[in-house]
Design a protein around this ligand. Structure first.
Ligand code: UD1
Ligand code: UDP
Length: 357
């Protein structure tokens, strides 16, 4: 069986890494295509180095662009590779334009599609990611749902139960596989002069938060209030999309320690030792839940409600009052919960399922 793994952005490289390792371990016939949706060193190559992943067999180098531009270019590139390589199955992960394009291109030439992290729903169609997830799920032949809840979301939309496999999320595998290496390799806390549990970590990059000046201004005001109230550093590895908008809108980040995006190993350390994490990232909501750090999500909805249920996460939106109330609640709230995203063997289960199906 020839497995075709498609990835294109930072979270896909991280969440596909356990699957690539599993294919290597079992000596399977597989190859990787990078769409090049993310391409800056610290959003791309840094992760291949850090996670010791082999260089992808193909890189489409499509770069940035509008939704249609990115999706169209990726589809054309992937179709050519599929026709040349004739894989038995294509694997996509998550909800990016790379996933939309990869799943559509493969399904249209009748190649089996496996969607890793299927069934997540924010039920907010104004998010590009929600459109991408829904389409990818509905054209996929095998759906790897991380939790029972994501399976239920798929069943509600009429997807046949026989196509759905609950495997856990490969992010748990990635965290377990890399946490120890992270603790032994370098010390980002020392480098940034931070003390464990005496700083906050911030990340945000969602289009709805950064492409709108007013929205971003409110969010930054809330974070500034937090910094003043607690007198603790706020460390902010800035996503390139956010960086671009900060420049365009002319915001100055006086109360915030902004840094370039860091490697996965460094980010794991920053998450594990933070007092609280403020984010609009999907992966960060999951990782904080796995690592036992309380998370405040700067959005009004989440496609990861499991984190709200176990109490690791709270929805705060971007209004400063709510951000402040959420910080107080999470600081005083519980500090341990069960991780709902699986046992760290998702990649093993996914590959087992592919071989049987
Ligand atoms: C994309 C995904 C989003 C995911 C995120 C992970 C879509 C629609 N969005 O958002 O779901 O959460 O990746 O980080 O697929 N840029 C660079 N260097 C890079 C990549 C991007 O400078 O390596 C800048 C460019 O100015 C670009 C902008 O960031 O225009 C946005 O990049 P894009 O890939 O379109 O979307 P993301 O916001 O990264
Ligand atoms: N991450 C990282 N360095 C950073 C910020 C994030 O390695 O400076 C990792 C983080 O550990 C997580 C992933 O990037 O695994 C999340 O990616 P992102 O927030 O870009 O996308 P999303 O998960 O929202 O799609």
């Amino acid at each position: 069986m020839n497995i075709f793994i498609i990835l294109g952005t930072r979270p896909e490289i991280i969440k596909m890494s356990p699957l690539i390792r599993e294919c290597e371990k079992r000596n399977l016939d597989y190859f990787v295509l990078h769409t090049g949706q993310h391409y800056s060193f610290e959003m791309d190559k840094a992760f291949f180095d850090d996670l010791e992943l082999p260089k992808p067999a193909y890189n489409l180098e499509i770069g940035s662009g509008s939704h249609a531009e990115q999706t169209g270019k990726i589809m054309v590139g992937i179709e050519k590779v599929i026709l040349d390589e004739k894989p038995d199955v294509v694997l996509v992960q998550g909800d990016t334009n790379t996933v939309l394009a990869g799943s559509l291109a493969a399904s249209k030439v009748n190649i089996k599609v496996g969607h890793v992290e299927a069934g997540l729903r924010s039920y907010d169609r104004s998010m590009p990611e929600e459109i991408n997830r829904v389409v990818a799920d509905h054209v996929s032949n095998i759906l790897f749902a991380p939790t029972e809840l994501s399976k239920q979301n798929l069943l509600k939309e009429g997807i046949e139960e026989s196509k759905i496999f609950v495997t856990g999320n490969t992010i748990v595998d990635a965290v377990f596989q890399n946490l120890e290496i992270s603790n032994n390799k370098g010390n980002v806390l020392n480098d940034l002069k931070l003390k464990s549990k005496e700083y906050f970590l911030l990340t945000f990059h969602r289009a709805e938060n950064v492409d709108n000046r007013e929205q971003m201004s409110k969010l930054l005001k809330g974070i500034s209030m937090i910094q003043k109230e607690y007198s603790m550093p706020v460390v902010f590895p800035v996503h390139p999309r956010t960086e671009k908008r900060i420049q365009e809108f002319g915001f100055s980040l006086e109360d915030i320690t902004s840094i370039r995006p860091v490697s996965f190993l460094e980010f794991l350390q920053l998450e594990a030792n933070a007092r609280l994490v403020f984010t609009d990232s999907g992966g960060v909501q999951e990782e904080t839940c796995i690592l036992g750090t309380p998370c405040i999500t700067l959005r009004d909805n989440t496609e990861r409600p499991e984190t709200l249920e176990v109490g690791s996460n709270i929805l705060a939106g971007v209004e400063s009052d709510r951000i402040m109330q959420s910080a107080v609640k999470m600081t005083n709230g519980k500090k341990s919960w069960n991780n709902p995203f699986g046992d760290g063997k998702a990649a093993e289960k996914i590959i087992d399922t592919l071989i049987i199906e």
